[in-house]
Design a protein around this ligand. Structure first.
Ligand code: ADP
Ligand code: MG
Ligand code: MG
Length: 207
């Protein structure tokens, strides 16, 4: 992947977030304060507006998007997604081209950044329950010899499955944790948006 491909991903993710903003906010209304989709919509629009030209390396594209998301997305998810993108961008360094191994390292760096900031473990009913399995599935596909598109498809599928698996969980982080046992039986909105955003990556990388 090159800079233009990563910019395409951010633009496509923004489109999907806009299209799904109401659904994501409804999920958040069930166990939070009902703003997740609209928080992310604002953040991804800002990220699209902040995309640099294709003459900068791919890592810098993600760093610019992450900065915009941190500054424009309200709520817990803004700093978390913004940090994820900035960490992923840093992991890519100054390389002009992102290969399958580099993208896997960036995905892992994004997960680590989210966990350092938010302190959520797997099973706490957050975006980590989508991104964690995604990073693992990516690495497993890479080890099996898949190319970048195959690894991304495996990651996106694992994120979707991981998001579904938040339904029976009780939230232990974020606003939903205030509900205690009443958070059980609902899809975590942040896990759902992570699945959407990785699905957008699979759309742009798929042959
Ligand atoms: P807020 O809860 O501040 O209104 P959002 O509604 O935008 O923020 O985002 C809520 C989502 O953020 C949750 O569904 C969850 O996935 C994620 N989240 C909240 N706290 C954490 C955390 N500490 N670590 C990881 N993810 C978190
Ligand atoms: Mg919210
Ligand atoms: Mg909020």
């Amino acid at each position: 992947m090159r800079s233009a491909d990563l910019a395409d991903w951010i633009r496509h993710a923004a489109e999907l977030v806009t299209a799904d903003a109401d659904r994501l906010s409804r999920l958040d209304a069930d166990i939070g304060d009902g703003d997740h989709g609209h928080n992310l919509d604002r953040g991804f629009r800002a990220a699209v507006g902040a995309l640099p030209g294709d003459d900068v390396p791919p890592g810098k594209v993600l760093i610019a998007a992450g900065r915009a998301i941190v500054s424009k997305t309200g709520g817990a998810s803004g700093p978390l997604y913004g940090t994820a993108l900035r960490r992923a961008g840093k992991a890519l360094g100054d390389a002009e081209e992102v290969d399958a191994a580099a993208l896997g390292a960036a995905l892992r760096a994004a997960l680590d950044g989210i966990q350092e900031l938010g302190k959520a473990e797997r099973g706490d009913k957050t975006m980590v329950d989508a991104l964690g399995p995604a990073a693992d599935a990516y690495d497993a596909a890479l080890a099996d010899g898949s190319g970048l598109a195959g690894c991304v498809r495996a990651a996106a599928d694992a994120a979707a499955k991981g998001a579904e698996e938040t339904v029976p969980m009780q939230a232990r982080k974020g606003r939903a944790s205030y509900l205690g046992a009443r958070s059980v039986g609902h899809l975590d909105p942040g896990a759902a948006s992570t699945a959407l955003i990785l699905g957008a990556l699979a759309d742009v990388t798929g042959e």
